[in-house]
Design a protein around this ligand. Structure first.
Ligand code: ADP
Ligand code: MG
Length: 249
């Protein structure tokens, strides 16, 4: 249970282990995400970043360890995963908007169905968020009329619509044309400035360096190195971290 102090991490992983069959994908992961901070997960493809985020959102069962959201053990089998997911916003690499629905309907679907928010209230919050993210004139559009960057910003609005405690962003710029990356990262920067707690899997090293409070380098399911961006990018201790980062130099 949360002790009510501001130092309770929003998210905490304790000795989390995840296997797929005989493959150990996460081993003994410890991670603590304090309120109003940004944690960047970096590491090669297949190192376990997405699996970690999926476990945090209870999209995957863990084999061992525990995960706490605001101090509550959400991996306790008595916890209803749906109530947990309502407190966490997620954005994936592919925008996953429903093509047959307008932007507004995409955003208000979950608040109306899952959170039981009234239509007018859900629409009002959606329009407010759209305006904040520079999409004020797009409420009535269908996704295929928007650029990739705009679609991904809509996906972020959708993740924010349920007023989450925590945002999990999984390589949200990886599928975008280079010239569209900036507008999406700008939104993440704004969210950080507004105090949103986030965990971000990313290959945008410059962005991670700028925006993260904590950087975790995952290697084969282990947090091999962690620290401030200055430590991890400026003076990585592990040879494997150095080798990984050289690719982005
Ligand atoms: P990353 O996001 O860092 O690229 P992932 O978390 O996607 O890494 O994958 C970590 C490892 O887990 C990889 O070896 C991947 O093949 C494996 N994996 C991920 N999802 C599954 C799954 N549903 N079934 C089997 N193996 C999986
Ligand atoms: Mg991934």
């Amino acid at each position: 249970m949360s002790d009510g102090t501001s130092t309770t991490p929003v998210l905490r992983l304790e000795s989390v282990r995840k296997t797929f069959g005989s493959t150990v994908v996460l081993r003994d992961i410890d991670l603590s995400v304090p309120p109003h901070t940004v944690t960047a997960l970096i590491g090669a493809s297949g190192s376990g970043k997405s699996t970690l985020l999926r476990c945090a959102n209870l999209l995957e069962d863990i084999d061992d360890g525990a995960i706490f959201l605001d101090g509550e053990d959400i991996t306790d089998p008595r916890v209803d995963p749906d109530t947990v997911r309502r407190r966490i916003g997620v954005v994936f690499q592919a925008y996953n908007l429903f093509p047959h629905m307008t932007v507004l309907d995409n955003i208000t679907l979950a608040p109306r169905r899952v959170h039981k928010v009234a239509r007018a209230e859900a629409a009002e919050r959606a329009r407010e968020l759209l305006a904040r993210l520079g999409l004020g004139d797009k409420a009535g559009e269908y996704p295929d009329r928007l650029s990739g960057g705009q679609q991904q910003r809509v996906a972020i609005v959708r993740a924010l619509a349920g007023k989450p405690r925590l945002l999990l962003l999984d390589e949200i710029t990886a599928a975008l044309d280079p010239e569209l990356v900036g507008e999406v990262l700008g939104v993440v920067r704004d969210l950080k400035d507004q105090g949103m707690t986030m965990v971000i899997a990313t290959h945008e090293m410059g962005f991670a360096r700028e925006v993260a409070d904590q950087v975790c380098f995952l290697d084969a399911g282990v947090v091999l190195e962690r620290g401030t961006p200055k430590q991890v990018f400026g003076a990585p201790e592990q040879e494997r971290t150095q080798r990984f980062l050289r690719r982005f130099a």
